[in-house]
Unconditional design. Structure first.
Length: 131
């Protein structure tokens, strides 16, 4: 957005193109990760929290990807210009919020040292032990 405000439309197009490409790769990676989890939301609290945090991250990545594609298209059409950079600025603010939310979710999901569930199955064998 700074480059656009300085009157450099090419810099904005390059940044929007790179951001769109990175978001697409990240979104596809998130979907691949979700599809390879050996557990689901019904396999305990930690599995459920991890699954839903990853699903939430995929949703936010898809939203930012859609908005970034909009910025790219509108910039190419000349609708986002140095005189009117507000759409791009709002998308940048949402992308920043989404990145912070995804990072915090990842941090909170990986910092649990000890599970409060003392009867949980071993990792990789997500079935409750028979009594």
């Amino acid at each position: 957005v700074r480059g656009l405000r300085a009157g450099n439309r090419g810099r904005m197009l390059a940044a929007a193109s790179l951001a769109t490409l990175l978001l697409l790769v990240t979104f596809v990676g998130q979907i691949v990760q979700l599809s390879t989890f050996p557990f689901g939301p019904s396999d305990g609290a930690y599995a459920s929290a991890t699954f839903w945090l990853c699903l939430s991250a995929a949703f936010h990545l898809f939203m930012v990807l859609t908005l970034t594609l909009g910025v790219l298209g509108r910039t190419r059409a000349g609708l986002i210009s140095p005189a009117n950079p507000y759409h791009a600025h709002l998308v940048a603010m949402y992308a920043t919020w989404a990145a912070i939310a995804i990072a915090l979710g990842a941090l909170f999901a990986t910092t649990m040292e000890e599970s409060p569930n003392t009867d949980s199955p071993p990792v990789g064998q997500f079935q409750q032990p028979s009594s």
